[in-house]
Design a protein. Structure first.
Length: 234
């Protein structure tokens, strides 16, 4: 039986339930697939009302942390559903999508995941990255401006997938999703330079040269930042 501790005072009681369950997951006392105590048991153990426990379970369900099996009980999810609410993305949105903090995060994160991809990539990954690059180059060559944002993001996603790290991929998805509007606007005004920068990054990845990767991303980032200023001045 999992010990959920002594009864607690009623300060933000819903968060108390959520945090208790989070704590048990962090310590390993609760694991994916485990059944939670019933609503009545949790209410008694934590010294709070059943409505608060019920609201906490609803919140955890929305986050994808638990699965409610009617007539059976509430279980810790085996994995997080893609359609679950992601609090991280809302946290970043509320800190302003185009903030300097987010731009710095993109820069630091891109350098890190690109170096990791270079270490772990297979021949298939190289082909996928190059294929994404060629699609971007073709879109620029044929003047298909409306698809340039998607092509640029596709290139970065191909690199992210080559890291073979689900956490890196998840965070990368979120950052790219937040930056998609600015990427779509800027890539139209410096389309040729963008593909040249991507080609430089790709060549550095193939060489597995960390220093060259960092330099290529630095050049790309500085130009993108300048174009971003131009776009948002208009």
């Amino acid at each position: 039986m999992i010990d959920f501790g002594e009864p607690v005072n009623k300060e933000s009681v819903v968060n108390i339930v959520v945090n208790k369950i989070k704590e048990k997951l962090l310590t390993g006392e609760l694991k994916p697939g485990d059944r939670l105590p019933s609503e009545i048991e949790l209410s008694e153990k934590l010294g709070i009302g059943r409505p608060s426990v019920r609201e906490a379970i609803k919140m955890l369900k929305a986050l994808g942390v638990v699965t409610v099996k009617h007539g059976d009980g509430t279980y810790i999810s085996e994995s997080i559903n893609e359609n679950a609410v992601d609090p991280l993305i809302f946290s970043l949105i509320f800190q302003k999508g185009e903030s300097e903090n987010l731009l710095e995060l993109r820069h630091l994160f891109e350098v890190g995941y690109t170096k990791l991809a270079a270490k772990k990539m297979t021949e298939s990954d190289i082909n996928n990255i190059e294929e994404a690059l060629k699609k971007h180059e073709e879109a620029v060559k044929k003047g298909r401006l409306d698809e340039l944002g998607d092509r640029e993001i596709e290139f970065h996603l191909a690199i992210l997938k080559a890291t073979k790290n689900s956490l890196v991929l998840k965070v990368g998805h979120i950052i790219l999703e937040l930056l998609k509007p600015s990427i779509e606007k800027t890539t139209k005004i410096y389309a040729q330079r963008a593909v040249e920068d991507h080609r430089r990054i790709f060549e550095a990845i193939k060489k597995k040269d960390p220093l060259e990767i960092e330099e290529a991303i630095e050049k790309s980032y500085e130009v993108w930042k300048e174009k971003l200023k131009e776009v948002y001045k208009k």
